[in-house]
Design a protein. Sequence first.
Length: 278
Amino acid sequence: MSILHCGRFRLPLDRPLIMGIVNLTPDSFSGDGTGTDVARAIALARHQFDAGADILDIGAESSRPGAIQTPEDEELRRLLPVLREVADWGVPVSVDTYKPAVMRAALGAGASMINDISALRHAGALAAVADSDCAVCLMHMRGEPGTMQVAPHYDDVVREVRDFLAARVAACRSAGIDDNRLVLDPGFGFGKSLEHNLSLFRALTATAVDDLPLLAGISRKSMLGAITGRPVEQRLAASVAAAVLAVHNGARILRVHDVEETRDALAVMAAIETGSSR
């Protein structure tokens, strides 16, 4: 059994972990962003915690398709008051950012994990993580959020995503970041068409590098809307179904909006597979 080293936390990966999303942006694609309303943000984090999230993932800059970059000072203004409160709850807190200065500030305020859509490619990002004991999620993205969905093209999406992640793992190792701190994310919806996303989903374990844990972030995404024809606020059933199938296909961490419903679905899956409800 592998164990994810996440700051002061040690997270066994003998069962799927649920990462509960806490959006602090005013323009989240899912409509659940809290902006600068600190009390509302803390209430959302508490809801995810009480629902059974194994990790809380706080993001203060939107990475939805077409998103405009948030200035660093504004990202920190949204993030730090919430993070300082949540960091004392006894649950690992991940911060969704690609900016090295935000990473360092977040780690100093109690974050245990960095979730980087750029896979530590920005200057100073590798050092910010290497200088800490946090876990890090390395995600594949083709392009930038503002333009990533403009006619994305791959010759072999599974191979190209895997090669990218392998290169980023090598960069982390060279920087002194141990494998037990690494999580990989193929980046569903980040510079990929529906066909690309489905190919990655079917071959999820083929994107893995040296058996490092895979994270799947599919919750409420447009790929589910394209399949079901439903708007974002009506994608709960599709999101839960995708989460269960992602685990079946090899995901060890699920990044979700709907923690309680996902947890129930995974409990049913585990009971059927093991013959026990415990």
